[in-house]
Design a protein around this ligand. Structure first.
Ligand code: DSN
Length: 425
């Protein structure tokens, strides 16, 4: 087990919270994290997150803040911005968004006016709530319209339909990106269509930011995308937070800065910006590229085991870090039962709707899982293939408690043999 965080003051002062932290450390250490949007940060990132910057208000931006005492906050935010621009090969970065959803909100208000049309990926086909799902506040303000996959068996986007919709509706913005889609996007095609209709191109890279930064997947900026929004805590392996990047348009960057603050947020969480700077420093090292490549190899290893067992994978498989399996269609177990049964054996993932799912979101047909966190703790293709075999054993007989006990023990042993690292350098 990686060493427990040193928290002597908490231990003396607040046993309830102390015990919860120790419990979470044990859970993370002995269980296998397959939620594709989660990861483990280094102790260096954790130290920055827990630093004295938590005490500081710093509304504004480096060199133009509304409070005194900013000599160190400016250092931290400037380094975070510079490293982010280097990682993603762009000119501007706003590192203040508190997370992915506020990053998207600030981005929409910076680049669109209320009532403007935004063309994004349908949630049911892999998009994200913040891409204009009717339950969000955003959907009351902007006119979101959607594109889908042409064929859920290959994951191919229906670019004919996307283009027709764009020509007809003249969107202000075309949005790429997803939270449950396992294939690569044809960025050049998005840019080509956007140019035809004069739309801004934005990629929500929250899930694959680390794979882009680690050069395992293409960078949308290399194809002419205008803006990237992202979280920093998924494949990028930083603290919980968000970020907005602009390739080169200074007017966009200015509008985004104004939209994040004062438009949407108050004081930035400078302790998390310090953590982002540290994580970006780690991602700039060559080791991070090896990590990003291994995430993909591990996902491919899991893909093979699932496909060999004739379990339907949406998109026909994976080209990134995640897989979406139709466990109800293939094995007759609902996504919810699958999630709970796997939780019992120490494998954490999430139930997920599949394209055009006949079932409800709280009890859908699918499960979504991925390899970023397991790869961080050193799992390789062989380990991931074994995990996939164990998952399928449990899914096929999910009420068998003897089986679940045996699998729980094997998962615990696998995890203890691959402790969560303290440092990645
Ligand atoms: N919650 C994140 C995910 O799991 O994909 C983004 O919505």
């Amino acid at each position: 087990m990686s060493s427990p965080q040193l928290i002597p003051f908490l231990e003396k002062q607040d046993s309830e919270i102390f015990n919860a932290i120790r419990g979470e450390e044990k859970r993370e250490s002995e269980g296998l994290e397959l939620i594709p949007s989660e990861n483990y940060v280094s102790k260096a990132v954790l130290e920055a997150d827990g630093s004295v910057f938590t005490n500081k208000y710093s509304e504004g931006y480096p060199g133009r803040r509304y409070y005194g005492g900013q000599e160190y906050t400016d250092v931290v935010e400037n380094i975070a911005r510079e490293r982010a621009c280097k990682l993603f090969n762009c000119k501007f970065a706003n590192v203040q968004p508190l997370s992915g959803a506020p990053a998207n909100v600030a981005m929409y208000f910076a680049l669109c006016k209320p009532g403007d049309t935004i063309l994004g990926m349908d949630l049911g086909h892999g998009g994200h709530l913040t891409h204009g799902h009717p339950v969000t506040h955003l959907a009351k303000i902007f006119n979101f319209i959607r594109y889908k996959m042409k064929d859920p068996e290959t994951g191919e986007i229906d670019f004919d339909e996307l283009r027709e919709t764009a020509l007809r509706e003249k969107p202000k913005m075309i949005l790429a990106g997803f939270s449950a889609y396992s294939r690569n996007l044809d960025y050049a095609k998005f840019v080509e269509i956007a140019k035809e209709v004069g739309a801004i191109t934005v990629m929500d890279a929250a899930h694959i930011a680390g794979l882009i930064a680690g050069k395992a997947l293409p960078n949308p900026f290399d194809f002419g995308f205008d803006v990237i929004t992202t979280t920093t805590h998924k494949t990028l392996r930083g603290p919980r937070g968000g970020m907005i990047l602009v390739r080169e348009n200074a007017d966009f960057a200015k509008a985004i800065d104004k939209s994040v603050f004062p438009g949407l947020q108050g004081g930035p969480h400078m302790h998390l910006i310090a953590g982002k700077a540290v994580a970006f420093g780690e991602a700039l090292k060559p080791e991070f590229q090896t990590y990003a490549q291994q995430i993909l190899k591990n996902a491919k290893a899991m893909e093979k085991v699932f496909l060999d067992a004739d379990i339907r994978l949406l998109g026909g498989g994976t080209s990134n870090h995640l897989l979406l399996a139709d466990v109800f269609g293939s094995l007759g177990v609902t996504g919810k039962d699958a999630q709970f049964a796997l939780d019992e054996v120490g494998i954490t993932l999430n139930m997920n709707s599949i394209a055009d799912d006949p079932r409800k979101p709280l009890d859908p047909s699918g499960i979504r899982f991925g390899t970023p966190a397991a790869t961080t703790r050193g799992f390789d293709e062989k380990d991931c293939a074994r995990v996939a075999e164990l998952m399928i054993e449990v899914l096929k007989d999910h009420e068998n408690s003897d089986l679940k006990k045996r699998v729980r023990e094997e998962i615990r042993k696998l995890c203890l043999a691959r402790p969560i690292p303290e440092s990645f350098l």
